[in-house]
Design a protein around this ligand. Structure first.
Ligand code: C2E
Ligand code: CA
Ligand code: CA
Length: 655
């Protein structure tokens, strides 16, 4: 490759110098012609010689133009060099002919001048032909040869000495032609190497720039969907808020969740899950007015859109509607049509938040709201949500210390035989009077304990209080009364409820059959984790009650399998049962079911004497509700039992 380049530069250099070479040659030719005329004015040979010399110069000049015109010096440099050298050789031959064509040529007088000219012009040719030895030599070798030969032929001593000197000069010229060419070629090589080095440095530099651009893309791009990733989203949100604050504008943030993504992922596999995410991302990218929006995937099935532009407060809800429309369209995955749906939370800067973090949390709260309300919808952030979240955070922070200090306590609600009015047992219900927030509803306490992974501590505290009550009940004349503890379904997945209760009854030396475990129908249906635990509870001898029966979907098979001791009919069916034929029919059917399975039936939420009477008539054995008593703290139980006892004796006496 380099060689070709060198030839090209050699050819270009020769072509560049050729005009001055030819011009010099022309002038010297005229001088030689003049000398030839002076030595023999009648000799026409000199005229012919000049014609030949000028013709040769013309041919060389024309070939130069042809080479330049056809760009052969670049495309075929070796051929161009040959052609130029041939031209030089032609001129050289014309000059070399001089001593032989002129009559009586000798080394003396005017002829000596001609010799000098021939040698001078040929030496000049070698010097001008620097860079490519054959060009200069093609001209000078014939000249030197001719001079040396013609001198040698004159056979006198002086001519011989001169011929010898010409030969020596020829050798020196040869050597200098070779050396100067190699110096020239070497310098071209250096130059080419330097250029190549610069080029490769430039290429390396642009490679680095390319790699940087690719890295930047990777750092900002979600690899699965090609949307902005979380890092890019965070930056865009901060920038967007800064910009909006500067211009006194608003900014909308949408947080989006695919409703049934987990289901698709679990049932159809991760690959199909990925396909769903990609397709959804494409819909967001291609079918939404995203000119002034940043669409990002934050991870999993969570997406977000930042809306800026002219009126983001109005555009936000429109965008949310558009997202819902895209989510509602069926997805075709692996040949199957799936309906997925989306939930969207919307928050607006600065209406709902003053910073990027706060705006995101607000949009997230709105998203949870929309999921709570049944999914497939969008909700705008409401400041009440923040208060609720703040309250929840506070409850979660305080629940463990409150359990430890005994501020979270068990209250007890009596359960009564509808027939004999005898107290058959109590249900333990959690109570907490928070120093600043007041009474906290039990489901909130249970959820908070779960959130901070303290469900076991909570149940342990309630079970402990229940056992203490069980120890007292014989003293109150109720040796057979039971105490029920509620265990929520998800607790079964967290720790061994049977181990905890075993240890608790053992510590208090209580008969386990007096401690009842209330579970909901939901736990009944989970045959794997809860199922295993319920079997263990049964084996330990605890009584099992199914809570809120009739509110969900119970499985008869599971009821029979587990040997449930008691069904607690949900308050929803019991309240106002006296006036509801329909509810009476349901309860009657449930009671017959309980009879058939040898389960005790307890009606929850008995509030009026009329309802109690109706339940009695239907054959329901037990009742629990405000009619008999509200849940009460431990200390009040003895008084309540005594008071009840007194009332009963009084009625009997008066009756
Ligand atoms: P639940 O197990 O169905 O408890 C009965 C709920 O009905 C109690 O509400 C009780 O105060 C209320 N109630 C009783 N009689 C009547 C009545 O005649 N009329 C009306 N309107 N309500 C009546 P509470 O104490 O607010 O508890 C609510 C729920 O919280 C409980 O429902 C239970 O699911 C849960 N819970 C309470 N304590 C605990 C606990 O220690 N652990 C667990 N895991 N859950 C608990
Ligand atoms: Ca209960
Ligand atoms: Ca209940």
């Amino acid at each position: 490759m380099h060689e070709d380049q060198v030839r090209r530069i050699q050819a270009a250099t020769l072509l560049h110098r050729l005009p001055s070479t030819l011009a010099t040659n022309f002038i010297v030719s005229l001088s030689a012609f003049a000398l030839a005329l002076m030595r023999a004015p009648s000799d026409t040979t000199a005229i012919w010689w000049l014609c030949a010399a000028v013709a040769m110069l013309l041919v060389r000049s024309v070939s130069r133009y042809a080479l330049l015109w056809t760009k052969q010096a670049e495309t075929r440099p070796t051929w161009a060099l040959m052609l130029i050298s041939l031209g030089a050789g032609g001129s050289g031959l014309v000059w070399a002919s001089l001593p032989f064509i002129l009559d009586d040529f000798s080394a003396y007088g005017i002829d000596g001048g001609l010799y000098l000219m021939i040698l001078g012009v040929s030496t000049g040719a070698v010097m001008m032909g620097v860079g490519f030895r054959w060009n200069g030599l093609a001209f000078s070798l014939p000249c030197h040869l001719s001079v040396a030969t013609s001198l040698a032929l004159q056979e006198d001593m002086v001519s011989l000495i001169l011929a010898f000197n010409v030969v020596a000069l020829t050798v020196i010229l040869l050597r200098s032609a070779v050396t100067s060419e190699s110096i020239f070629v070497e310098s071209i090589h250096r130059k080419l190497e330097a250029t190549a080095m610069t080029e490769s440095l430039q290429a390396a530099n642009s490679d680095i720039l390319d790699a940087n651009a690719r890295l930047e893309l990777l750092a900002n791009c979600d690899p699965l969907t090609g949307l902005a990733n979380r890092a890019a989203f965070n930056t865009a949100l901060c920038d967007g808020i800064q910009q909006a604050a500067k211009n006194g504008q608003k900014l909308s943030l949408l947080v989006i969740d695919l409703d049934r993504f987990k289901h698709v992922n679990d049932t159809m596999g991760h690959k199909i899950g990925d396909e769903l995410l990609t397709e959804f991302a494409n819909r967001l990218r291609n079918h939404l007015p995203t000119d002034h929006a940043v669409v990002a995937r934050l991870g999993g099935d969570e997406f977000a859109i930042i809306v800026s532009g002219r009126d983001p407060a109005a555009e936000g809800p429109r965008m949310a509607e558009a997202v819902l429309r895209q989510g509602r369209k069926p997805f075709v995955l692996n040949g199957q049509t799936c309906m997925v749906g989306t939930s969207v939370g919307l928050a607006i800067y600065p209406d709902h938040a003053a910073s990027a973090d706060e705006l995101f949390v607000s949009a997230d709260m709105a998203l949870y709201r929309s999921k709570d309300q049944g999914r497939g919808r969008w909700r705008k952030f409401d400041p009440k949500l923040r208060a609720a979240a703040e309250r929840q955070r506070q409850i979660e922070a305080d629940v463990l210390p409150a359990i430890e200090r005994g501020q979270v306590e068990a209250w007890f609600q009596p359960q009564v035989s509808l027939d004999t009015q005898r107290v058959t047992g109590f249900e333990a219900l959690v109570r907490w009077h928070h120093p600043t927030l007041g009474f906290i509803a039990p489901p909130e306490i249970v959820a908070a304990a779960h959130a901070v992974h303290q469900s076991e501590r909570l149940t342990a505290a309630i079970a402990d209080a229940s056992c203490r009550l069980l120890l007292d009940l014989p003293g109150l004349g109720l040796p057979e009364a039971t105490v029920a503890v509620n265990v929520s379904p998800r607790e079964f997945a967290l720790y061994s409820v049977a181990d905890l209760l075993d240890a608790t009854v053992a510590r208090h030396a209580i008969d386990p059959k007096l401690l009842e475990v209330e579970i909901t129908e939901e736990a009944l249906l989970d045959t794997v984790i809860a199922g295993e635990q319920l079997k263990r509870l049964e084996q330990s001898g605890f009584a099992l009650a199914v809570d809120d029966f009739g509110a969900g979907h119970s499985s008869l098979t599971r009821l029979i399998d587990l040997k449930v001791d008691r069904l607690k009919i949900d308050r929803g069916i019991i309240t106002h049962i006296a006036s509801s034929q329909r509810n009476q029919a349901i309860v009657s059917a449930l009671i017959r079911l309980g009879d058939a399975l040898s389960m005790e039936m307890l009606a929850e939420g008995v509030e009026t004497e009329a309802d109690a009477e109706a339940l009695r008539t239907l054959g329901c054995a037990l009742g629990q509700g405000y009619l008999f008593a509200r849940p009460m703290p431990f200390e009040r139980i003895a008084g309540w039992v005594a008071e009840r006892q007194e009332k009963k004796t009084r009625t009997r006496l008066t009756g």
